[in-house]
Design a protein around this ligand. Structure first.
Ligand code: HSE
Length: 400
């Protein structure tokens, strides 16, 4: 018998509990022993819910029970999750978490502490919901240098952008719908301002480039300023607007950012729609490889957590080698990142001024009156700002 404790009975926690109950014989067979949820920790009571039988309100019950071998942390945030997880690891229990905030901030330290105790700290569900991406990065793509990561890492914003594109709906209306469907976080700011994607690209970049990437250092833009006109230009060009998390090596430095991009129709990322996520890696030998699936939602995320539980049980006494050192990586300036831009400026008859500033550009059919829209050549952030400084800018979107 392998005893598991779940910390947090919210959306993901209840999903983990239900999968372990519903698929118990399958999960147990895969784990090599019977898997039982011995405790669920939550401050709340759940009258009438079968979880009542195993519900506890005091974390000490879990931490001090030597029978608990694996702890699932799905509370979110770092307080008190960090303290609980660290103490669980120090008590010799493997931990599986979906908590991207915790992993982005403390992942390197928790991995080291777990390694010192021959246990595991797993966090597959912290990036890409149900999509296996963390383990493949650490165990399958190992011979390659990862030259670039580009990912649709947030289901809510992808759902919003897809609905805005397909149905011509306004941002606020689609956001409400996403919240009702349970995709958006309680605080939608984390999704729509790109903070959620920022933590996820920080985790991927830390793993791919082997040193701590602090999410506070990552340039982040959200999707709140995207309008129907922006989407019309993207459609006219045969592409789509996507919120991307990017990390790449540029001039020997790692550059990372989160921003909306106009993704060319030829990129596999352009056809990733709705709540789906996709993470595209470019390895120096492998070339492109893309992982695609449900990036949010109760069952999908819980499935990835339970996969970690099974792995933690199977790997008892042996720590998976993960290369993520606590040493901080100083990121290269995002200004050095060169890309084409879709630019919209106020006014018509501005061609001379535009070409003087940007050189040769590709004009687009205006999607609204009183504006000029065009595609620039490849420019660094600094060169773009310099060229655009005398223009009345309506919007600008990077092009991938
Ligand atoms: N709010 C997140 C998303 C949940 O929309 O992707 C998964 O981290």
């Amino acid at each position: 018998m392998k005893n598991v404790a779940i910390m947090g009975y919210g959306t993901v926690g209840s999903g983990v509990y239900q999968i372990i109950q519903k698929n118990n014989s399958h999960v147990s067979r895969r784990a090599g022993d019977e898997v039982r949820v011995k405790y669920v920790l939550d401050l709340r009571d759940f009258p009438g819910d079968p979880v009542e039988e195993v519900l506890v309100h005091d974390v000490e019950v879990i931490l001090q029970d030597p029978e608990v071998e694996v702890v699932v942390e799905v509370m979110g945030g770092t307080k008190p999750a960090y303290d609980f997880v660290k103490r669980a690891i120090l008590a010799g229990k493997s931990v599986c978490t979906s908590n991207k905030e915790l992993v982005a901030k403390h992942g390197a330290e928790l991995l080291r502490l777990a390694k010192e105790r021959n246990i595991n700290f797993f966090f597959e569900a912290s990036v890409g919901g149900g999509i296996p991406v963390i383990r493949p990065l650490s165990s399958s793509l190992t011979p390659d240098h990862i030259e670039e990561i580009s990912g649709i890492l947030n289901g809510t914003t992808n759902y919003i952008l897809t609905k805005m594109t397909d149905e011509g709906l306004a941002f606020e209306d689609v956001l409400r719908d996403a919240q009702e469907k349970g995709y958006a976080e309680r605080n939608p700011e984390a999704d729509v301002e790109g903070y959620d994607a920022c933590r996820k690209i920080a985790i991927l970049a830390s793993l791919a480039y082997e040193k701590q990437v602090d999410y506070e250092d990552i340039y982040t833009e959200g999707i709140t300023a995207i309008t129907q006109e922006d989407l019309t230009y993207a459609k006219e060009l045969g592409g789509a607007v996507k919120l991307l998390g990017l990390a790449k090596r540029e001039n020997g430095k790692v550059v990372a950012m989160v921003a909306p991009f106009l993704v060319s129709g030829e990129s596999p990322l352009a056809s990733v729609n709705g709540v789906f996520n996709a993470i595209l890696f470019h390895g120096d030998n492998l070339g492109d490889v893309m992982f695609y699936g449900k990036g949010a939602g109760k069952e999908a995320t819980a499935s990835a957590v339970v996969a970690d539980v099974i792995e933690a049980i199977r790997k008892k006494g042996r720590t998976d080698e993960v290369f993520w050192s606590e040493e901080k990586r100083v990121l290269g300036s995002v200004d050095a990142f060169s890309t084409r831009y879709l630019v919209r400026i106020k006014g018509t008859d501005r061609k001379e001024e535009i070409e003087q500033a940007f050189g040769s550009v590709e004009y687009l059919k205006p999607a609204a009156g009183g504006e000029t829209a065009f595609l620039t050549g490849s420019l660094s952030g600094q060169a773009f700002r310099e060229a655009a400084k005398s223009m009345e800018l309506i919007s600008r979107i990077r092009v991938l």
